[in-house]
Unconditional design. Structure first.
Length: 257
């Protein structure tokens, strides 16, 4: 039986991801944990493959609209791919289904969600404050910082499935202030495909994937992200980001509690 609640959740999250580059792990993982009662490790692993599938669709739409900077995607991947592999190897040393691992993942996820919400709310202020300083850096330093950002994203996404959206987009806008916001979102979504796919395969190896749940979520999310990506090329997303940040704060506090 296909649960319409799972399908609807997949569509809503997919739409937000396509339009803002944010909302995959930030919403889907806590949704699976709090609303559907999925074990945190399974929620993270399932969401990673969910994100890989949905963001592949988003990448196709953004690539067709020429809002993907493939050089930027490559720099991020130089940092994120090895970081993801190392993080999976570290996680393989622990029993992710244990009560202690469940507690640790939940607390870490809650903290990262609150940080993500802060990036969503303060992103523009951060760009206004530090844009001039960052613009004075030469291309080599910007490239190295972009690789470092990819490394951080690799660790965060592999452990919590969160970090490729709001944190990644805000940091990229800081490092590349002259790049149009739509192109930054498209590049961030494109980079998330190999990152979440690799991390998801790692979690498959660790045994933390619910395939039936994943397939049901994708029924709704694939058309959702296609529609959201189409809208992203034609509309602003300021109101959506504020609303999304508010939701993340509530969810993050709930997980920490």
């Amino acid at each position: 039986m296909i649960d319409p609640l799972y399908v609807g959740s997949g569509f809503a999250v997919g739409f937000l991801v396509g339009m803002t580059g944010v909302g995959g792990g930030s919403l889907m993982t806590p949704l699976l944990i709090l609303l559907f009662g999925v074990h945190p490790a399974t929620a993270v692993g399932t969401d990673l493959l969910y994100a890989a599938s949905t963001k592949s669709m988003g990448t196709v739409v953004h690539a067709a609209a020429r809002t993907v900077d493939w050089k930027l995607v490559g720099l991020l991947a130089i940092g994120s791919v090895p970081a993801t592999i190392v993080t999976i190897l570290v996680l393989s040393q622990f029993n992710l289904q244990s009560a202690s691992a469940e507690h640790a993942i939940t607390l870490t996820l809650g903290a990262v969600l609150i940080v993500t919400a802060a990036f969503l709310i303060l992103g523009r202020k951060l760009r206004d404050r530090y844009a001039d300083r960052l613009q004075s850096l030469d291309g080599r330093k910007i490239g190295l910082l972009t690789v470092l950002l990819g490394l951080v994203m690799g660790v965060l996404v592999t452990t919590t499935s969160v970090g490729a959206g709001a944190i990644g987009v805000t940091a990229l806008l800081l490092l590349h202030p002259k790049m149009p916001a739509g192109r930054v979102v498209g590049s961030d979504i494109a980079h998330a495909v190999p990152l979440t796919l690799l991390a998801g395969v790692g979690h498959w190896y660790l045994g933390s994937i619910n395939w039936a749940l994943l397939s049901t979520l994708l029924i709704g999310s694939l058309p959702g992200i296609a529609l959201g990506s189409f809208v992203a090329t034609r509309a602003g997303d300021g109101l959506v980001r504020v609303a999304l940040a508010s939701v993340l704060v509530v969810v993050g506090v709930r997980l920490l509690g």
